[in-house]
Design a protein around this ligand. Sequence first.
Ligand code: ADP
Ligand code: MG
Length: 643
Amino acid sequence: MSRNFILSLFVGFALLAAAPLYTANPYYIHMIGTIMIYAILLFGLDIVVGYTGQVSLGHAGLFGVGSYTAGVMFMKLGAPLWMIIPASIGITAAFGALLALPALRVTGPYLAMVTLAFGTIIQILINEMTFLTEGPLGIKVPKPDLFGAKLTEHGFYWLVLVLMGLSLVVVDRILRSQLGRAFEALRGSPVASDCMGVSVYRYKVYAFVISAGFAGLAGCLYAYSEQYISPNTYNFELTVLFLLAVIMGGRKTRSGALLGAAIIVILPKLLDDLEMFRQVSSTLAVLMLVGAIIGVARKITTVRTMAIPVVGTMALSAFSFWLQSITDWRLSIFGLMILFVVYYLQDGIVGFFRKLFSSKNARSVAYLAPSDAKDAIHRASNAQHSADGSDMVVAKGVLMQFGGLKALNDVDLVVKRGTIHGLIGPNGSGKSTMMNVLTGIYVPTAGKIEFSGNTLVGRTSSDIALSGIARTFQNVQLFGEMTALQNVQVGLHHTFDSNLLDVALNTPRYQREDSSAVERGMGLLHFVGLSDLATEEARNLPYGKQRLLEIARALALDPQLLLLDEPAAGLTAPDIKELIAIIRKIRDHGITVILIEHHMDVVMTVCDAVSVLDFGQKIAEGKPAEVQANEKVIEAYLGAPAA
Ligand code: ADP
Ligand code: MG
C-alpha cells in the first residue's frame, strides 16, 4: 500500500467519522450509515463476483439471514449485541456453506438459477416461519446497548463506521493473502489452479462462505439501523441491486464497493424525485462528454466507441425534462443502467477512471537477492530422491477413449527416477492426453497408473499435484490478471499453514509464511530469468517468457515429477538454448522430467530415454539415438514406409 493511499484512507475515515458533527439532519446520517452497511456486504460479494468470477443472486437472501438472526435473537432471547454480531456472521456463513456446497458444482447460468432459488426460498421461509420470525408482521429491533448504555443514532453510526473499517482491513488482508490468490487463480485458469494443488471447488466454496459472513454482519447491522425488519426487503430487486453495485462500482476494488453502495442507496431515492433526477442526468451527460473528450484526446478510446454512451446520456437527460412522473419508469431506468454498464463500463466506474488518469501503476516488491537458486527450486530435503534407478511412474495398459476414438490405446510407460524422459509422436498421437491422464484431468477408461508406488487413477488433480506432480500446458495456462510473482506464489500455496484467522489478524505465523513465499517466488523467477518482470501481469509477458513462467510456477510445487508439454513451442533459437539449460538444471536438482517436444534437437540433447506414440499406441522406446533410427518411428513421422 502506498503512503498516499493510506493517507487518503485516513482522511476518508476522518471525514466519515465527523459527519454527524457537520450535519444535524438524521436523514443523511442514516443514509451514510446504510451506504456503509451495504459496503460491508459488497466487500464480501466482490470476493465471489470480482475475484472468483461466480455470479450470486443469493446475497439478498444471505443478507436476510443476517438480519433475522439478529432480530430473532433479540426478540426471543434478548441477546446482547456482542453475542448477536458473531452469531449473525456465523449462522449466515453456515447458510452460505449450505448454498455453496451443492450450488458450486455447477457454473454459469445454472449457478445463477440455484442461487436465485436459494434467495427465493429464504424469503418464503422468513414469511412462513411465523413462530420464529413473526412472518409478514416483521420484527422490531431497537438500537442496541453497548457498554451498558443504549446507543444513540450517532453512537450507532460510529459503530457501523468502525465495523466497516474493520471489514475493509480484513477483506483487504484476505485478498492479499494466499487465499485471495487462490480465488483469483481459479478464475484465471481453473485447470491450472487444480494442477497447482489449489482445489477450484474447495476455494470457490471458501470464497462463498467468507462472503456470506460479511453479508451476515451487514444484515445484522441493517436490522439495528432500520429498527424494523420484514420479509419483503430481501427480494429479487435487492439482489440485482447488489450485483449492479459491484459491477458498476468496479470489481476487485474496495473503493468500487463503496461507490457502488452509494449508488444503490442514492439511486432509488433519486428516481423518486424528478427534479433531482433531471439535475443528475444532465450532470452525467456533461461528465460523459468531458470524459469522452479526454479519453479520445489521450487515445484511450475512439470517437466511435464513445458516441453511443455520450448520445445515450444526453438523450436520458432530455428524456428527464420531458417526463411528467418518474415512478412508472423506475425499473426501465435500472434496466438501461445495467445494459450501459455491461456494454461500456465492464471495469466499473473506478476501473474506468483508473484507466483514464493513471499511467501504469508500478508496484514494487521488497526483494531480497536470491540466496541461491538451488534453494529456490528445491528445498534440499527432497533432493535425495535423485537418480537411484528405481521406477517413479509405472503405467500399464492405459486406455483413454473419447467416444469411438482411442486417444491412448493400451499404453505402458515406465519412467525412471531422476531421468528426463521424452514423449514424442506426430500431432494427435496422444501425448497431451497422457499428461492429462497422469495429472487427473482425465480418468482413463482402463489401465493402472502408479506414482512412487501409489495409484493415481481416480484421484483429483489437486490431490495429485500435492503428492508431487507438477506440469505446464501445451497452450499456456497462466493466471493472466495476476503478476508473474503472484503466479509463482499460487504454486507456493502448499507452503501455507495459515488459516483465515491468521490472515485476518496478520499473525506472526502468516507474516513468516508470506515473506518466505515472496522470497522463494523471487528465487524461482530468478531461476528462469524473469526476476525483472516480477510485477508485470502475466498476460502482458511475451509468449516465450510465459512458457518460462509456467515452469517456475510448476517448480514452486516442489515436485518430484515435472511434466513439460511442448515447452519449446513458439520459442526463438536463443530461448530454446536457455530452456535446455534450465531443463538440465531441473534434473540436476533431482526432479524427474517427462518432456513432450517436437524439436528433435531438444529431445536428442536432453533426454535419457524416449517413448514414441502414434495413433494412441506406443510404437518405440529406448535411448534417443536408437529411437531416432527406428524404422517405425521414421515411418510415423514421414507418413510413409521408410526406404
Ligand atoms: P498430441 O498431444 O499428441 O498432439 P492429444 O493427446 O492432444 O495429441 O490428442 C490425441 C487425440 O485425442 C486427438 O485425436 C484429439 O482430438 C483427441 N482428444 C484429446 N482430448 C480430447 C477430448 N477431451 N475429447 C475428445 N477428443 C479428444
Ligand atoms: Mg499435445
